[in-house]
Each structure stands twice: as C-alpha cells, then as structure tokens.
Design a binder for this molecule. Structure first.
Ligand code: VG1
Ligand code: CO
Length: 552
C-alpha cells in the first residue's frame, strides 16, 4: 500500500457564477467535451453529487468509465474531491475501464457502497470535440432516480464553490491499494467480477459445446468499453478463435466511430451478417456496454422483439430456470413482450424511457427482466441494462433450441404474431423547430380522438405520464402517443441524451396476428403509419429533413 505521508491539503475553490446548465438528461449529464473542459465545470457537478448523495462521508464509492477522452482526468478529479469530502473508500478500476453494467455490479458487491460515478456519454461519440458525460448511480447500483438527479441539479444552481484535495495522480495501470489522506483508494480489475457473475447466470459449458459445434459468431466492441470483457468471455472462456472480438481495444475516440450498436453506426457488422454468410450470429455493444444489437445470418432482431424472445425462453437459461416474477418495458417499446407476459400469466409494466424507471420494480422483486426499444435489455442481476448479458442470453437460447436466429424469430411470430416496429430518428434538428413540432402536436392532442389516420381511426391521443407503483412518484411529459383503433400506434418524443440541437424520435408499431403476413420488410409494413405521422406532424416541412438520419 502506498500512503501519502501527510494529509493532502484541501482547497476550497470559490465559484463566481454557478453553472445554470447542469441538469441531467435521460441518463446523466452529457455535454460536448469542450463544455466539460471549462474551468470548474466538472468539479461543480461533482461537488453537487458529493453534497447530495446520501452516505458519502465515510462511505464507499465506485468510480470508472467507458475509456473515452477525459476519463482519466475525471477520475483524478473525483479521487481528490472524494478525499476532500471524507469519502471512506473509492473503488476504481485498472485504466479506469468499467462498463456501466459492471459498475452496477461492483456497487452492489462492494461493502458499504453508497453509489457510483460512471464517466460516459454512452452511445455518443467521444474525443476532444465530441461528447463527455457523468452518470450517477445510487446504492442499489441503478441510475439516479429523477428526484436525486433533480436535487443535484438544484444544488448546482446556487453552488458557492467546491472542495478538492491537492495530491499527485494515483496510478491506475495495475490493481493496487492507495491512500489519499483518510480516503482509501482501491484499484481493482474491472472485468473479473462481472465475468464471474456471467458464469453464474449462464452455462458456459453448454455455450462452449454449442459454439464449438460449427456456429461461428462475431462480436463488435466498436473500440469501446466491452472489448476487454468480450475478449475474456468469448476468446478465453468460451475458447472462440482470436479475432472473434472486433475492434476490441478501447480507444479514447472509439476509433473515430459512433459507438452506437445499430444498423447505421455498426454497419460493417450488419453487412457481415445481413449480406455475408461467414457467421451465424453477430452482436455489438455501445460505448459503455449497456446496449446490445443482435443479428443472425440475414436477420436483424428488433430490440423490442429481443425482449419478447428473452422473456419467452427465460426458463431455458441457467440463471432463470425458476421463471420470471414479471417484466417491464419502456412506453415506446413495442407490445411484443406484453403478449408473451400474458401467455406466461406474469405482470407486465410500462414505464417511461430511461433505465432509472425500472429500479424500483427490480428492487421490489416485481420484475425479473426488462428492456427498451433502444437496444437495452437487462434483468435483476444488476440495475442497469447489460449488453453482454443480452448477447449471452441469446446465445444460451440458441444453444438450448439448437436453431438459427431466423428460425427462432419465425417460430416466435408464428406463436405470438409479429409487432412490426420501427424507430425513425431525426438527429441534429434545430432546437426551435423540434420544440415547435412537438408543441404543435401536443396542442392538438385533445382534438385528435375519432379522426381518421393511416386508413385507421385515432382511438386515443395523449401525453404519457407514469406513476411508480412502488413509491408513487409521478413523471409526466414522457412522450406523445397516438393510439389507433386497430391497436397500431405512433409515439413522438424528444431525446434527452443528445448534445447538439435536438433529436426527434418517432416510434411506429403495428401488430400482425400469427396467421397474417409475418415476413414483410418493417418499413413496408409500416408505410401507412409513416405517411400518417408525416401528415400529422409535418416533420419534413418543420425540420427541413426529407428522411430520418437513423432508421431502426
Ligand atoms: C436514449 C434511449 C433510452 C435510453 C437512453 C440511455 O434516450 O432512447 O431508451 O435509456 O438513451 O441509454 P433518449 O432520451 O435519447 O431517447 V445509454 O446506453 O445512452 O445510457
Ligand atoms: Co449506453
């Protein structure tokens, strides 16, 4: 153990003008890196966190990040501020590399842990001119609740200054124990505990047999945080050939890419599966490792369907043989999982967008599995969505069923019908234009019921609001829903994770019964709804964009 001989000097740095823009969005505080590099910007937010998070003094904090530009400096600042605030212990990781789900797990297994700070802007690109972010997690390992985030924001608005200790940077290049005054700093391997957890949940012998029997797979880490985890899992433990993990070295700028696992930003992987025949299965995760994309040969699995398939087959998987207590999905996620839950006779909850809303349901044991249409799936093993968990879950189902992804999907639709689903993102829209589009539709909601649309009729048009069944907290303004008589629907939302302009998200869904046509291209199947949405909201004219920037 290296101990600083003297107690580090603590500086109280005054803030002339408190920052007014530190309100966290859907998942943490995300800003362009240059904004975070302004003097005192990062420190201001951290000061508020350290003041507000219960139990900080004398407690344990977990700290790590997705390896993006700014990670290392931020960890250094956190350690010195933790010392100044009397944090008992900080657990951080080698090179500061810690995926969001692994951070959640580490919080849950570290004695006396009061929460964590994850340095990530998730799927947003990284680098000096790209994005940086800070996510705060609570003692249960889950994202800060809306109430906690709001309290932190309120504190930043009037912050007079912050406290930070003066100390040399602690080496993160290898595991070790250090001391900063009264604060113990433990540097641990950020991969190990997570991998052990995965081995508890999944039958690695079965997976090894299945994958070794001629089922070639490829995984794209997009030069983000999952590389070291995926190499350990796929190439070491499951003995798959070296190179199974593409882009496995975490880079500060993700190799210049956009670490978002979808058909647009993970195109080389998508092409390999959808056009080539080298692999039977492909998957990718996002910047901080909580999202996943699943592909079979010639088959893209829509994330809403993925949640339904996981739910339907859970008892085939080692850690879930006893069945699921219940499931939950975010509001814009398709109702594919609802139909499975009904068949299984388990409860199904509908929450607003963002993982923080699943926390109470998971903690109360009301649900075991949950997911979002945005490539997020997870379970009660941690309190975050978990990309590699989803990949292992899928492989475990395929190993149990001994079939291809396409066959599994076809069987699923033949049983439950198919929820044709698509999300259209309009990124980088001028803020005013997006707000006007949204506001105009919001104003018209009360007049819409009964009107014809998309060869159908509007049954209900409203703004989604949610009351948490566990603590009774209400969250309003969670997206505009246009529900049609046939059961089809469209949802309009403005993103809470973008950092430049605004992102409009349009979610489209139509159910086709099991005896209907199940193999259409979703864009074709949804064409009337797409036209209806345009008619309703005037997206083209208001945004000046002819097509979405990303179609999922
Ligand atoms: C998006 C997704 C949402 C997800 C959030 C954080 O939010 O839609 O489902 O929980 O990102 O994911 P928004 O507000 O931009 O639609 V992550 O992996 O970026 O932390
Ligand atoms: Co993420």
């Amino acid at each position: 153990m290296t101990a600083s001989a003297t107690t580090p000097q603590v500086h109280h740095v005054p803030l002339a003008t408190p920052f007014q823009d530190q309100k966290p969005g859907t998942s943490g505080l995300r800003r362009p890196t240059p904004v975070f590099q302004q003097p005192h910007y990062l420190e201001s937010f951290l000061e508020a966190v350290l003041q507000i998070l219960p139990g900080v003094q004398g407690g344990t904090l977990v700290v790590g990040g997705d390896g993006r530009y700014g990670n290392r400096r931020a960890i250094d600042v956190i350690l010195r501020m933790a010392c100044a605030h009397g944090v008992g212990r900080v657990v951080t990781t080698t090179d500061g590399i810690l995926s969001t789900p692994a951070a959640s797990h580490l919080i849950r297994i570290s004695t006396g842990c009061v929460g964590g700070i994850i340095l990530s802007a998730s799927h947003n690109p990284g680098g000096p001119e790209e994005d940086f972010g800070v996510k705060v997690n609570g003692a249960n390992g889950g994202p800060a609740t809306e109430q906690l985030s709001d309290a932190v924001y309120q504190a930043t608005l009037t912050l007079q200054g912050y406290a930070i200790a003066e100390a040399a940077a602690i080496p993160l290049d290898r595991p070790g124990r250090h001391r900063l005054g009264t604060t113990a700093v433990e540097v641990v391997d950020g991969v190990e505990d997570f991998v052990v957890l995965m081995q508890k949940l999944f039958d690695f012998d079965q997976l090894r047999d299945f994958l070794g029997s001629g089922f070639p797979v490829t995984f794209d880490a997009l030069h983000a945080v999952t590389g070291p985890y995926a190499r350990r899992i796929f190439e070491n433990l499951l003995e798959l050939p070296a190179g199974t993990v593409r882009h496995g070295a975490p880079l500060e700028d993700f190799g210049g890419g956009h670490p978002d696992p979808n058909l647009t930003y993970a195109k080389p992987l998508a092409d390999a599966l959808l056009q080539g025949d080298e692999f039977c299965f492909g998957a990718a995760c996002d910047g901080d490792g909580d999202r996943n994309m699943i592909l079979g040969r010639g088959c893209f699995v829509n994330p809403s369907d993925s949640l339904a398939v996981i739910t339907a087959h859970a008892t085939r998987v080692k850690g879930y043989r006893q069945g699921l207590a219940g499931v939950a999905r975010s509001m814009p996620t398709s109702a594919a999982v609802d139909v499975v839950a009904e068949t299984l006779a388990i409860p199904c909850y509908e929450t607003p967008t963002g993982w923080k809303f699943f926390g109470n349901l998971l903690d109360a044991g009301k649900i075991t599995v949950c997911g979002e249409e945005s490539f997020g799936t997870g379970s009660d093993h941690v309190r975050e969505k978990d990309g590699l968990w989803a990949v292992l879950f899928w492989l475990s189902i395929l190993a149990a069923e001994r079939c291809s992804v396409t066959t599994l999907m076809e069987r699923h639709w033949a049983t439950y019908g198919r929820h044709y689903y698509s999300r259209h993102d309009y990124e980088g829209v001028e803020k005013a234009a997006a707000t006007e589009l949204y506001g105009a539709l919001q104003n018209r909601l009360p007049q819409l019921a009964g009107q014809p649309l998309a060869g159908d009729r509007i049954r209900q048009a409203d703004e989604f609001s949610y009351t948490d069944p566990v603590d009774g907290a209400t969250s309003s303004s969670q997206g505009l829903r246009i529900l049609l008589e046939s059961g089809s629907r469209m949802v309009f939302r403005l993103s809470g994770t973008g950092t430049r302009g605004a992102t409009l998200r349009l979610y489209l869904e139509r159910h086709e019964p099991s005896n209907g046509t199940l193999n259409l291209d979703p864009q074709k199947a949804l064409a009337p709804l797409i036209r209806g949405a345009e008619q309703l909201a005037g997206i083209r004219q208001r945004t000046g964009m002819d097509t979405p920037t990303v179609i999922t």
